[in-house]
Design a protein around this ligand. Structure first.
Ligand code: GDG
Length: 483
């Protein structure tokens, strides 16, 4: 029986070593949820790095990890510390991530890291090749594995390969600066189907393929060697029910079931303070526009001083890639900005910005979503942005306003949100004022449409649509062979 193999940089498991004992639990990210039913089906398997390097594991522990993950229908790709330094922290996060998000000035091109990136993609291919047979389907995820489709296809042409990019695909003018551009495109074109979050990313990719490789592109199909590679957009959704149900449960919870954070939020609301809450949640990443957001909030307080003491920005920034220098700089800049603005505007009873630099349990995330009148999501560039969708799903009373950057992929499906340019402080300030004064009727009208759409196109549906389309490429191949 044919099977489906999922491949991503990390497995959907948290594997930790605590005093020489292994602790393995499932991770709860969006991707893991979307893939759940695909992964559970038949004898499918998920291949990725466990999170522990070869140096951290002796032979005995390696065997234990392999056995434990096999029980979860997973297989690991063994990586060394040097692999992680050069392939992940290096090439993926210092070259591909900034370049694909239009941060050219942060992009480093180092051939040693590129060599390791190639070597590690080959290591992934070696593990995949051990597990596949003709007729199987492979779904490869994200920018760490752009070369993998070709490495599999060259050895196993009778497998069907899908690739999905979770980050933006940049315009040709940006992509052409990449020194190994041909090799990267050939790597991706090993796929039968290449998926992006939005039509714009798809268009940029096709333009690079046409102009760099001079290939024939018709509508959304690339003629490549003796095959047709299909390119399409599949906007990723969320586990809508999970967020909706958590919000409903949250509304009905008794006092003694409430988290400490929720009690603090309740105290704030009940203290008679009529300060409205504006929420932002992101990984601490320069693509997310955190300093811009704080400056825009300062601009707002200066332009509309009548809102002093009447509004508060709650900012959750989750630590991320903190060993990359740009991320350290961003953290310092954010700390300073928050300090300066709180110092400048705070009164005895009011602090304008509540800033959390840590990750929070899911329940606290729901506390924040359900207690906030506005979500202010202002990335400079973002492949999709699931936080925007999660906020909408938790507004079960149909009140609340989403302000969203037009640079986030999510904006393409969320026209009923208030869309802003994250570099235009005056526009953000005016939009925040508009949101604070929006009638409940208008809030409801906007949310109702957004919720209906998000409910229909959930993460499960996204995975289903991608695989359906990937499966159709098999029929396309069969027709070509018959001709
Ligand atoms: C990449 C692309 C694309 C956040 N803080 C906590 C927490 N989260 C969860 C959120 C959300 C997820 O993390 C973040 O997803 P995003 O989509 O916003 O952003 P990236 O991490 O940058 O993801 C992005 C995505 O891939 C999918 O393709 O949308 O554009 O950059 O689900 O809820 N969860 C918990 N505690 C936290 O403190 N439990």
């Amino acid at each position: 029986m044919n099977k489906t193999i999922i491949v991503s940089n990390r497995l959907p498991l948290q594997v930790k070593l605590e005093d020489d004992n292994l602790n393995i639990k499932p991770s709860v990210g969006g991707l893991a949820t979307g893939m759940k039913s695909v992964h559970a089906e038949g004898n499918g398997i998920w291949i990725g790095w466990s999170g522990l390097t070869k140096e951290e594991l002796n032979e005995n522990l390696t065997e234990q990890v392999n056995k434990a993950v096999a029980k979860e229908k997973c297989a690991t790709v063994p990586l060394t510390q040097n692999d992680i330094d050069n392939y992940y922290l290096g090439f993926s996060n210092k070259t591909l991530w900034p370049l694909f998000h239009y941060f050219s000035e942060y992009t480093v091109f180092e051939s040693e890291q590129w060599e390791t990136y190639k070597k590690v993609n080959q290591k992934f291919a070696d593990v995949v090749l051990k597990h596949i047979n003709d007729g199987d389907t492979v779904w490869v995820h994200d920018y760490q594995l752009l070369l993998l489709p070709k490495l599999i296809k060259d050895k196993k042409p009778n497998t069907t390969i899908g690739f999905f990019l979770h980050i933006p695909y940049p315009s040709y003018e940006i992509f052409r600066t990449f020194p190994w551009r041909e090799e990267l495109l050939h790597g991706m074109l090993g796929s039968d189907l290449i998926g992006f979050h939005t039509y714009d990313y798809e268009r940029h990719f096709l333009s690079s393929v046409k102009r760099i490789l001079r290939l024939d592109v018709k509508f959304n199909e690339v003629s490549y060697l003796d095959r047709i590679v299909k390119v399409d957009s599949f906007p990723m959704g969320i586990d809508y029910k999970k967020f909706e149900n958590a919000a409903l449960k949250h509304t009905n919870q008794e006092d003694n079931e409430k988290s400490e954070l929720q009690r603090r939020l309740d105290d704030h609301i009940q203290s008679g303070s009529d300060a409205k809450m504006i929420l932002s949640i992101d990984r601490m990443d320069y693509t997310k526009g955190i300093p811009n957001r704080i400056r825009a909030f300062e601009y707002f307080l200066n332009k509309y001083p009548q809102f002093k003491e009447k509004v508060r920005l709650i900012m959750l920034a989750v630590p991320s890639r903190s060993d990359v220098p740009q991320y350290q700089k961003l953290k310092r800049e954010t700390d300073e900005l928050v300090g300066r603005i709180n110092g400048q505007f705070a009164t005895v009873s009011w602090t304008p910005i509540w800033y959390f630099y840590r990750s929070m349990p899911f329940e606290n995330l729901i506390d924040l979503y359900t207690s906030s009148d506005i979500a202010l999501i202002t990335p400079i560039r973002d492949g999709m942005n699931l936080v925007a969708k999660e906020y909408v799903a938790t507004r079960t009373n149909q009140d609340g306003v989403l302000i969203l950057s037009e640079m986030a992929g999510a904006s393409k499906e969320m026209n009923e949100a208030l869309l802003i340019n994250p570099n235009n402080f005056a526009e953000i300030a005016d939009t925040v004022k508009y949101a604070l004064e929006m009638s409940l009727d208008e809030q409801k009208n906007r949310l109702e449409i957004l919720q209906k759409r998000l409910k229909r196109y959930s993460v499960e549906k996204w995975a289903e649509e991608f695989l359906k389309s990937l499966n159709n490429t098999k029929q396309l191949d069969a027709v070509i062979v018959a001709e």
